[in-house]
Design a protein around this ligand. Structure first.
Ligand SMILES: *Cc1c(COP(=O)(O)O)cnc(C)c1O
Length: 358
């Protein structure tokens, strides 16, 4: 499908843009353009275009505003030492978006079209690539039900969009260890629910427990399984890895309640490349505490596209608190973070062909 290029009447001028991308932080600065592709049940995907980033006009009966039929993705483009742009495993994000679409009764977007849409936007807004050391271009593809209809059924019309946000170095001087609050009263996902889909509703449900964690003085919330309230699942937007003193590693298994992270999948591979044993196996909160206290557990890492690999330093619940290792970044966490960031930025070899150069 060819993308129509719509002219931008008033792109942000150079000096203002230069200031915006000098140290953009995360999620507040946006580029000049966006990709839009429309879908109708009778026509399929059509009218692919890249044009000015602008407000959307929606009918007040637009289905997404009432029944939350929405899915999204998050991936980054990096600049390699030779100046070329590269995305990290964009086909995996495309495939995951279609899995999310299945769960939310939405149409598939062809994987090539998804990747091409991201590519077009990165190249169109190349001038927006952040100048700060460690910067990247965060891409947010998303799809929502755009039909004006209040009956409850899958919509017949959708829009797929991609917007881009220059992102600074998430943690300027390496990753500081985060402190985590164990949610007692709330769960993120239940068996048979939407936990494996990247859909806004999961995030809506996580805002109260996340706010509780912040109010208690912690950075993030960790969710336990909805049934036994015992098995560790994940953070609001990051997967977890537990590292033991014998060099083995556990990460919670994908069973429909955990989001299958691209970073999670990449770390499993990198750990196995190191010759380490990685088990996708349930791990209980009481075991986590006992192992941290005995010293058997030496590191815990949280991972996701935004923050890459982040050490967990402290875990707290209403009636206990424990520290992991020294409470700071562990050796393996630092090593893996450097390895993955190096592959993404094209400074170390990429044996698995994960980078997609534009
Ligand atoms: C996006 C997301 C992750 C991380 O996935 P990546 O593909 O590694 O960025 C983890 N958990 C949840 C709930 C998410 O939405």
């Amino acid at each position: 499908m060819d993308f129509a290029h719509l002219p931008h009447p008033a792109p942000v001028e150079g000096e203002t843009r230069a200031q915006a991308i000098a140290d953009p932080g995360f999620g507040t600065v946006f580029t000049d353009h966006m990709v839009t592709i429309d879908y109708h049940a009778d026509r399929g995907w059509h009218s692919a275009r890249i044009g000015p980033r602008e407000p959307l006009v929606l009918d007040p009966a637009c289905a997404v505003l009432h029944y939350a039929q929405e899915i999204f993705e998050g991936l980054k483009a990096y600049r390699h030492p030779d100046g070329a742009f590269a995305m990290f495993r964009p086909q995996v994000n495309a495939a995951r978006m279609n899995k999310s679409a299945d769960r939310l009764a939405m149409p598939h977007i062809p994987e090539d079209l998804f990747v091409e849409a991201c590519r077009e936007l990165v190249l169109k807004d190349a001038d927006w690539f952040p100048t700060v050391e460690g910067g990247s271009m965060y891409l947010r593809p998303f799809m929502f039900a755009s039909e004006a209809f209040l009956g409850v059924r899958p919509a017949k019309e959708y829009k797929f969009l991609v917007i881009a946000s220059p992102a600074g170095n998430y943690f300027k001087s390496g990753a500081p260890a985060v402190s985590i609050w164990v949610s007692q009263d709330y769960v993120r996902a239940a068996p048979g629910g939407t936990g494996a889909a990247k859909t806004g509703g999961n995030y809506a449900a996580s805002l109260v427990p996340q706010a509780e964690a912040i109010a208690k003085g912690h950075d993030q919330v960790v969710f336990l399984d909805a049934v036994a309230r015992r098995w560790i699942e994940e953070l609001g937007g990051m997967n977890l890895f537990f590292v033991f003193d014998d060099g083995s590693v556990i990460t919670p298994p994908l069973g429909g309640t955990i989001l299958p992270g691209v970073t999670r999948d990449s770390l499993i591979q990198l750990l196995r490349d190191e010759g380490l044993t990685v088990r996708e196996e349930r791990y209980a909160i009481d075991q986590w505490r006992a192992d941290a206290e005995s010293g058997r557990l030496v590191e815990t890492m949280a991972c996701g596209t935004a923050a890459v690999v982040t050490p967990v330093g402290k875990v707290a619940a209403p009636d206990y608190e424990f520290t992991i290792g020294s409470g700071g970044p562990g050796q393996l966490t630092v090593k893996l973070r450097e390895r993955l960031v190096g592959i993404q930025r094209g400074t170390v070899s990429d044996p698995h062909g994960w980078t997609y150069r534009l």
